[in-house]
Design a protein. Structure first.
Length: 462
């Protein structure tokens, strides 16, 4: 088997598989696309939903101290003034003197020019434009706000400006009081939300890694200020458990303690969870201690009190916040990149996705050996219906020969294929009622009863 890290073309292969098998397509493709946008296709959307369902189970529904919201994407612009995003959510930007292409200054490699004797000229720092090759002098970057603006209502003047939210967190902080007033939760408690966020990234790149329209799974966990370190540790462990649950190899996930100068304006401590993507080790998720920055800022700006009264002690204070923030798209990409496998079969290469059965879009595929034999088709339909009692995502595939069907399901990451043949119907009496179960990762096949197959699938996805 080929090691995925050794393959320089891995990203190309993943992008191609995603398109070929209906996982992910370029956004607005028939019009030439729109940079930084992608659409999830039939299998991609199920994979993404499985990731989100698992997250909801672990981060919200499996806990007594968590609540959900689904806030509006368009919010009063004062939200983003208070949160600091209008003033500070910007990237440092430089422009190539020749082709005018813009780049993030913090992504550039600078070098010193040398004179004709090879002596380094320390006052002449330059960067090379990756678009046209021009050597540009290092200059002070300009700040470029990354929020998308639009207008609410009939007027298009500044008074009607609204922003597409740059993080889902905003809709959680603004609902803190609503949740407290309606459900009366006791601290510590958290609010979880999954939803779209928008960032006008200067250089969207690396497939679904850096997008302009992205999806986040975020928790704001409200605590007494003295409890932040303990809560930070708990969520840190939870994020590792989630990485394990979705099948990310533990040795590909790394923690990076973010230095003060690189932290977001609201954070007193941040750990980036980095993943070994094919294009390098990059941020997958973030865990931040946001202090009382947001609730205090919203209280000051809205003039609505956002403090919490501890009825047991009589203490009234502004809760502090621990925020585990997970990008859905980066998670999906990490899953795809770590699951991609190629098996050299001699005559050709077998490609498959070694997805954890829990998140695989299809749990199994059922197939009649021949599609023009009604008795095989009827039995296969019956077996599929039986297996769908365990999970509805049981694919049906009777297209092409059985080898082609297996290869197709391998690329979709379907862990099991179940084939119904004449022995199932009793051609060999001792095999009556049995089917062939094929395993995706090894290609091995075994003869089992339908009840045994059901047991295997149940065990794999539970
Ligand atoms: N509420 C905190 C927050 O938004 P962030 O580090 O800016 O913090 C959190 O973003 C997560 O959202 C990142 O760790 C990443 O998973 C995802 N994310 C951020 N920008 C992204 C982009 N342009 N494309 C895809 N995912 C992105």
């Amino acid at each position: 088997m080929m090691s995925h890290m050794a393959d320089a073309n891995l990203m190309e292969k993943i992008v191609s598989l995603c398109k070929r098998r209906g996982f992910i397509f370029p956004g607005s493709e028939i019009y030439g696309g729109l940079a930084g946008t992608f659409d999830y296709g039939p299998y991609g959307v199920v994979l993404k939903e499985n990731v989100e369902r698992l997250w909801l189970g672990m981060f919200r529904d499996g806990r007594d101290d968590m609540y959900g919201v689904d806030a509006a994407i368009l919010m009063n612009p004062k939200v983003w003034e208070a949160s600091g995003h209008v003033a500070g959510f910007s990237d440092p930007l430089v422009e190539c003197e020749k082709c005018k292409r813009r780049f993030r200054a913090d992504h550039l490699q600078f070098k010193y020019k040398k004179d004709k004797n090879g002596k380094i000229l320390e006052d002449q720092e330059v960067w090379v434009c990756e678009n046209c090759g021009t050597e540009n002098k290092k200059r002070e970057p300009r700040q470029f706000n990354m929020m998308f603006k639009t207008h609410a209502g009939a007027m298009e003047d500044d008074s009607a400006t609204v922003y597409l939210r740059p993080e889902t967190a905003g809709g959680i902080f603004t609902n803190f009081k609503n949740v407290v007033d309606s459900l009366h939760p006791k601290l510590p408690f958290g609010i979880a939300q999954i939803g779209k966020a928008f960032r006008n990234e200067i250089a969207p790149r690396d497939f679904i890694f850096r997008l302009r329209e992205l999806e986040q799974m975020e928790v704001e966990y409200f605590i007494h200020p003295l409890e932040w370190e303990q809560a930070f540790e708990e969520w840190r462990k939870m994020m590792h458990l989630f990485a394990e649950a979705i099948g990310l190899p533990q040795n590909m996930v790394h923690e990076l303690e973010v230095e003060a100068k690189d932290r977001a304006h609201y954070s007193k401590r941040t750990i980036d969870f980095e993943f070994e993507y094919p294009f390098g080790r990059k941020e997958l998720w973030g865990l931040a201690y946001r202090t009382d920055f947001d609730l205090s800022a919203h209280e000051t700006n809205s003039k609505v009190e956002l403090r919490y009264l501890d009825e047991a002690t009589g203490e009234k204070f502004t809760p502090h916040v621990i925020e585990p923030s997970l990008g859905v798209d980066r998670t999906v990409l990490a899953i795809l990149a770590s699951a991609y496998r190629e098996d050299d079969m001699g005559a050709d290469v077998r490609t498959y996705l070694a997805l954890a059965p829990k998140i695989a879009p299809m749990k199994a595929m059922v197939s009649p050996l021949l599609k023009n034999k009604p008795e095989l088709v009827a039995k296969a339909r019956e077996v599929r219906a039986e297996l769908q009692k365990i999970h509805p995502a049981i694919a049906w595939d009777d297209n092409g020969n059985i080898g082609k069907r297996y290869r197709r399901q391998d690329e979709i990451g379907t862990p099991f294929c179940v084939t119904i043949d004449f022995d199932t119907l009793g051609e060999k009496p001792e095999l009556k009622g049995t089917v062939t179960l094929r395993h995706r990762d090894t290609g091995e096949q075994e003869r089992l009863t339908v009840a045994q197959v059901a047991g295997r699938i149940r065990a794999a996805i539970s």
